[in-house]
Design a protein around this ligand. Structure first.
Ligand SMILES: NC(=O)c1ccc[n+]([C@@H]2O[C@H](COP(=O)([O-])OP(=O)(O)OC[C@H]3O[C@@H](n4cnc5c(N)ncnc54)[C@H](O)[C@@H]3O)[C@@H](O)[C@H]2O)c1
Length: 412
């Protein structure tokens, strides 16, 4: 018989009579056979161990990082409290310091912020072009492996692998800010960096966004009263644009952002002759020059000590709210009252000289800080009469050349 004849080729051609059909097995018979197979030679034990081992490993892996468990429902964005380029880490479990860039970190506020971050154990990169800042403000960190200083103008792009960006770079005093487009172009570059590396971005905006306010005290919901073409506009409108860009990157590109609106701040390491009211009066009184008060001296300001501000900025960065948040001291002083406190602290015989007011100088400025109190658990602690002597000590050392090293290296 040829091999082809052994092949079954179709229905009906096969002989029914001589075919053998075995009886179909009873269902319980195959089950019994399977059980007998498994029990023989401890196969069942090996099977159970094979299932148990991966289950234990899987459970252990995911219970140590609850945010990455695939069974977890997606957390709302604001509850995932910390997301750096290294992935999502709940704040309380942070085992290593973060990598943080502080633009303008060699300036007055920036250098105090750097001190606090380094003290906390973070790695800090300062980016500064020294336009108004000073290397001496951060020199005490030279040689610390957690500290780096880059001379760079933020108007040019920069790529750094970081978890957080505190963006302070901006000439903040009236004598300097007229010459610099930092607010808009610099902010845009730093937002681009935040987007690229997945870093959280904090903008240091200003109470100047309220202009000459028609609401008193100012809440964050107030939209402001700003002259778009005045001599101060490059600063006021620049910061307003920076806030707009920040929110656009947040909404449009999903960048995690924070916005602080800072009110007048004073303290050690302020630029000495930069035209800001507290530094002006203190420097004049120390040099035995008449203290200049503009207008009738009845315009009011609130003054916040720098350590209070730094605490507020860090709480904002680590917290879960975008802002904007007013960060300032609600204690309100007229310019004349301020001059009197300076007299009492430095020289009771210091003279006051009145000069015509500058254009667009706001009449009143006082923060409403209820939002920061409620959502950040923050409020300023240092009153003017306590903070001013610390600033005076630092100014005295710098003006009269007393090179006591404590002044520049102390952390407040
Ligand atoms: N101090 C205040 O009372 C106050 C109030 C409101 C807002 N702010 C904001 O806080 C931030 C810090 O202010 P500050 O008082 O420490 O001022 P500051 O002038 O002492 O510090 C600003 C720093 O930014 C640097 N910088 C300026 N332009 C730069 C550029 N293009 N590239 C790189 N670095 C540049 C300066 O060299 C300086 O070190 C600013 O953004 C300011 O607008 C401060």
């Amino acid at each position: 018989m040829g091999s082809s004849e052994l092949i079954f080729r179709g229905h009906g051609t096969q002989q029914e009579s001589d075919s053998y059909t075995p009886k179909p097995p009873k269902p319980w018979e195959s089950l019994t056979r399977l059980v007998r197979y498994l029990v023989r030679e401890q196969r069942l034990m090996f099977l159970l161990i094979g299932i148990a081992l991966p289950t234990i490993i899987f459970t252990m892996l995911y219970s140590s990082n609850p945010l990455s468990s695939p069974e977890d429902p997606p957390e709302p964005y604001h509850k995932i409290v910390y997301q750096g380029s290294g992935g999502k880490i709940p704040l309380g479990l942070k085992s290593r310091g973060s990598r943080i860039v502080v633009t303008g970190g060699a300036g007055f506020v920036g250098s105090h912020l750097v001190d606090r971050l380094i003290k906390r154990g973070d790695s800090v990169i300062v980016v500064d072009n020294f336009f108004t800042g000073n290397k001496e403000n951060v020199m005490h960190h030279f040689g610390n492996p957690n500290f780096e200083l880059i001379r760079h103008d933020v108007v040019e792009p920069l790529l750094l692998e970081v978890d957080q960006i505190y963006h302070l770079a901006c000439p903040a005093s009236p004598v300097h800010y007229k010459y610099n487009p930092t607010n808009v172009v610099g902010t845009l570059n730093m937002l681009g960096l935040a987007k690229r590396v997945g870093a959280r971005f904090l903008l240091t905006s200003t109470s100047e966004v309220y202009g000459d306010p028609l609401q008193h005290p100012q809440k964050e919901t107030y939209w402001g009263n700003v002259n778009p073409i005045g001599v101060r506009s490059c600063y006021d409108e620049g910061k307003r644009t920076a806030e707009t860009l920040t929110m656009d990157y947040h909404r449009g590109a999903g960048v995690e952002v924070r916005i602080a609106r800072i009110f007048n701040t004073y303290g050690p390491r302020m630029c000495i002759d930069d035209g800001r009211v507290v530094s002006n009066l203190v420097a004049q009184a120390l040099r035995k020059e008449p203290m200049t008060v503009y207008g009738d001296g009845k315009q009011t300001r609130s003054f916040q000590f720098v350590s209070d501000l730094v605490e507020g900025l860090m709480r904002l960065m680590e917290g879960e709210h975008v802002g904007p948040f007013n960060l300032g001291n609600p204690g309100e002083f007229t310019m004349l009252e301020l001059a009197e406190v300076v007299q009492q602290t430095i020289d009771p015989n210091a003279k006051i000289e009145f000069r015509p007011n500058t254009e667009d100088d706001p009449h009143k400025r006082k923060p409403d800080i209820s939002r920061a109190k409620e959502l950040l658990g923050w409020e300023p602690k240092v009153p003017l009469r306590k903070g001013l002597p610390m600033m005076v000590k630092d100014f005295r050392q710098r003006i009269f050349g007393d090179h006591n090293k404590d002044a520049s290296s102390s952390t407040l």
